[in-house]
Design a protein around this ligand. Sequence first.
Ligand SMILES: [Zn+2]
Length: 151
Amino acid sequence: MPEPTTSEGQAIRARLVRRRIDRDVLSVLDSPIFWDDGRDYTLFDTIRSLRFSSEEGVPFAEIVDIVEEELTERQLSREKQKKVFTILGWYFECPRCAKDRTADKFEDTQFYLWTSTERAEPILQSSGPCIPCQQQPDADEFEIRNEYYTW
Ligand SMILES: [Zn+2]
């Protein structure tokens, strides 16, 4: 099993193991990341790491592709996928308010990861509205009413 290389990555992994992190979630996060500095990294090393979001590091799109492959291969449930994304600290766009929020700010939603060779930055989206949007059940109705008055 590959181990995180950075002390930050090791500390995050140790803390989650102590909290009895789900085995499937752990195995996705243990996925190796290849970088040409000759050291072996895992997804844990990418968490809050500038090294993996800077231009000299591994492009974010590559990391997203690795995660997507693992999630598909292991057929993780929506809840477990959400855990993976929450730990990674990734932001997803809400289809209603268009704000970028972490995965734990969504409920009963499917997360989509889009990468493309023509686009440098991947697009991360949620299928459903974020929790703050869901807590405003009148939002849609309000929009309709506003439309009516602008007639
Ligand atoms: Zn929202």
